[in-house]
Unconditional design. Structure first.
Length: 326
């Protein structure tokens, strides 16, 4: 592999020689080798990675074609856009560990929803998006059309109705980059998100039909088709940030095709890396080591696998910087 030229990459090569640090470099090299060999890559986003502003590095990965599909929670789908239009109204609380129940209640009364050390402003973030996405949902239903959750968000971004509201450089929004490229996304469990809750409220009020937004089962059917078509040659790799539904939903497509549809010659995921701070001791999916996935038919016996026990908000931007030669 060529010598890295970027200062971050050079720093990593010189200093990240052992333990989790060495695995970070190994995983970055493996990711790079997979793409160089012609493979494609899925990135899964769990946790609050959009609120952690992963878009600063992920958007450039998308623009440069270093990621081919994303699996993310509904929260990550919407929170990147919330940060885009309400950044100046976010409130950081460095002493969040010291907050009392009364402190938390006061934040709620001031319409702040806390994610660790960062509070998302309800009016400037949730409601600002709701005003526009409601119209897009209702227009689709009137026209007899149905779309996936991420497709509605793409319509919102590409309509440019929010452009005057941007409070950060849009080049740091991974959703803007994804919309411009029409990057495939799957969003399992979308109803477990603010926009999903809002959509459900319209269904309860009789203003929208649940079927106007395509379901998780339809996402899995779409993903099965995508996976079969793209697991040729060097196949598809899996870069997993955190665990949960964003990771397991997408990863299950390989054993489903082989075991449930009884198809022959289904290629398993051909690269795997997970960044997690979870542990395996209580049956955790988020913390299970890669070898366990072999027993479920998700990874092959020779799939290059990396397990980084660290903070994804620190590690993922470093790996992306390596791949981008920053």
């Amino acid at each position: 592999m060529e010598q890295k030229e970027g200062p971050i990459s050079q720093f990593m090569e010189k200093n990240y020689l052992h333990f989790n640090a060495a695995t970070v470099v190994d995983a970055a090299k493996g990711y790079e080798a997979h793409l160089t060999a012609g493979g494609k890559m899925l990135i899964s986003l769990a946790g609050a990675m959009s609120t952690a502003e992963l878009g600063i590095s992920l958007a450039e990965m998308i623009r440069q074609g270093k990621v081919d599909i994303i699996s993310c929670t509904g929260a990550n789908l919407e929170e990147d856009i919330m940060n885009l239009v309400a950044h100046s109204h976010y409130k950081r609380i460095p002493n969040y560990r010291d907050l009392s129940p009364q402190d938390e209640w006061d934040l709620l009364q001031n319409k702040y929803n806390r994610v660790t050390d960062t509070c998302i402003p309800e009016e400037e973030a949730f409601r600002k998006i709701q005003t526009h996405i409601e119209k897009i949902w209702k227009d689709a239903e009137t026209a007899g059309e149905r779309f996936f959750p991420h497709e509605y968000m793409y319509k919102l971004i590409l309509s440019r109705v929010l452009e005057d509201e941007y409070e950060i450089d849009p080049k740091n929004s991974w959703m803007v980059a994804a919309a411009e490229r029409n990057l495939p996304i799957v969003v399992p469990g979308w109803e477990d998100s603010t926009m999903g809750n809002i959509f459900a409220s319209y269904v309860i009020k009789g203003e929208l039909k649940a079927s106007t937004v395509k379901s998780g089962i339809e996402y899995m059917v779409w993903l099965a088709d995508f996976y079969e078509k793209n697991t040729v040659g060097h196949g598809i790799g899996f870069f997993q940030i955190g665990g949960g539904i964003a990771g397991d939903f997408a990863m299950c497509v390989a054993p489903m095709l082989e075991q449930d549809l009884e198809k022959d010659n289904i290629q398993k995921w051909r690269y795997y890396c997970q960044i997690t701070d979870s542990t395996t001791s209580y049956g955790s999916y988020s913390g299970c080591i890669p070898n366990e996935k072999i027993t479920w038919g998700k990874l092959d016996i020779d799939t290059p696998s990396y397990f980084i026990e660290s903070d994804a908000t620190i590690v993922a931007p470093l790996i992306f910087s390596w791949i981008l030669n920053h």
